[in-house]
Design a protein around this ligand. Structure first.
Ligand code: FAD
Length: 409
């Protein structure tokens, strides 16, 4: 059935990527985003392995590469700034610590939105307030008062997905906190940053600070990480999050005090727990989930964006291949994605464990030099088949307009 009406909640990465593929398969797509406009900010995200192939099939290779950060590599440093280790972007065939396709999250979101906005209806500053499904469709009431009926609804509304809570159950049932918190925000580049990322890890405390250049190196993007066994700060209360960050970073050396001095004048701030989403099913009737809402692997896996892009391709492809039958389409998408997601979540958990504070009760830090880890990374990057979907319609990708990177020095 062509002209299937699909509502997607969330316009970050998973939502616009799914909109791209649904439209190409012939669906009519509406994306509703809670924020009043596209959300900027976030650190760089990476497209590794099979996710790079999805970007190529989207026809966005040139647009994404034009917006890449062009980071040469990363230095880890001691408290005085002396270099301890160096990683280069071309290590491991471009799939290493700094990947060859590395793009600021906000820039990738912008590329995806720019490329889809002509063929997709975007509604900003609204959200789903109520949803009722029957055998033939889903009735949706929006918080802004609108009422509409869709054939399918997909939640791409992130780790704290409201749609997941509405249809599948409370967040506590699915969200697993990995014991760390990450914060990101931009600062003026008063640190002499060039094309290198610099990271300081305090030994034994699980705390770290990181800086990288953005916006032609006029600014830097900072990241802080700290241990937190529990995390009860409201993810929407930015002032409480900033207080928590100040408290938890007190006494961390290196450039930390100078970075913290910009907490109140930064135009962007993002803090969240490092968490995964683990669910038995990613669909219920005519409602499905995608991206962090369904299977967050956490920022420590380095693969949240890759999973969202690959999942978007498969979800649209499988729904179209099943003639838009939700049961068959969602089931095929889940079957294809499951082990790929699990490999990436395992990497996220191992990386979190390696940042844990050593102690008598702590699990031993993983041995990343083992062959088992190389195999696991192989599965996490490339361990999934991308069918060609030759039998389903493809209305073609419009040419993406390259946008300049806001990270380029
Ligand atoms: C501002 C921001 C900064 C980020 N920074 C980083 C980072 O630096 N490093 C990293 O690894 N990951 C970061 N992430 C997460 C990263 O984008 C995801 O892990 C990954 O790309 C998968 O994306 P997603 O689209 O599934 O979820 P997300 O990127 O989390 O996007 C979810 C979207 O849904 C919207 N939304 C939430 N609730 C509703 C609702 N009820 N109705 C409609 N829309 C809703 C949100 O505003 C957001 O735009 C960030 C996310 C955001 C939103």
């Amino acid at each position: 059935m062509s002209g299937t009406r699909v509502l997607v909640a969330g316009a970050s990465i998973a939502g616009p990527a799914l909109a791209h593929w649904l439209r190409r398969r012939g669906a009519e797509v509406t994306v509703v985003e809670r924020a009043p406009e596209l959300r900027p900010g976030g650190q760089a995200v990476d497209a590794r392995g099979v996710a790079r192939e999805v970007i190529r099939r989207m026809g966005l290779d040139a647009a994404v590469r034009a917006a890449c950060t062009e980071t040469i590599g990363a230095h880890t440093v001691d408290v005085d700034g002396n270099v301890l280790e160096t990683y280069r972007a071309d290590d491991d065939g471009g799939d290493g610590y700094i990947s060859e396709i590395e793009i600021l999250r906000g820039d990738l979101s912008q590329v995806l939105h720019d490329e889809t906005r002509d063929g997709v209806e975007y509604v900003f500053g609204d959200r789903i307030a109520e949803l009722t499904q029957d055998a033939d469709g889903v009735d949706v009431v929006f918080a802004g008062g609108g009422r509409r009926r869709f054939d399918l609804v997909v939640g791409a509304d992130g780790l704290h997905s409201a749609l997941r809570a509405m249809v599948f159950g409370p967040r506590e049932r699915f969200v697993r906190h990995l014991g760390h918190v990450l914060a990101f925000y931009s600062v003026p580049n008063e640190f002499g940053l060039d094309r290198w990322l610099i990271e300081y890890q305090e030994s034994g405390s699980g705390r770290s600070a990181l800086l990288r250049p953005i916006q032609d190196a006029t600014r830097g993007m900072a990241m802080f990480s700290f241990r937190a066994a529990d995390f009860d700060v409201d993810y929407r209360d930015v002032e409480a999050q900033k207080r928590l960050l100040r408290e938890r970073m007190a006494g961390l050396g290196w450039l930390t005090p100078r970075i913290l001095a910009h907490l109140d004048d930064t135009p962007d701030f993002y803090l969240d727990q490092v968490a995964q989403v683990v669910m038995d099913r990613w669909s219920s009737g005519r409602v499905g989930l995608l991206g962090d809402a369904a299977f967050s692997s956490s920022p420590l896996s380095g693969q949240g964006t890759g999973l969202a892009l690959v999942g978007a391709y498969l979800l649209a492809g499988e729904l179209a291949a099943a003639g838009w039958d939700p049961q068959a389409g969602f089931a095929a998408y889940e079957a294809r994605m499951r082990s790929f997601v699990e490999a990436n979540q395992e990497i996220g958990r191992l990386n979190a464990r390696s940042r844990d504070v050593p102690g008598p009760d702590a699990e031993p830090s993983p041995d990343f030099a083992g062959e088992w880890f190389t195999e696991l990374v192989g599965c996490a990057l490339n361990g999934i088949e991308l069918p060609g979907y030759a039998d389903v319609p493809d209305f073609g990708a419009p040419a993406g307009t390259p946008i300049p990177s806001s990270a380029k020095p």
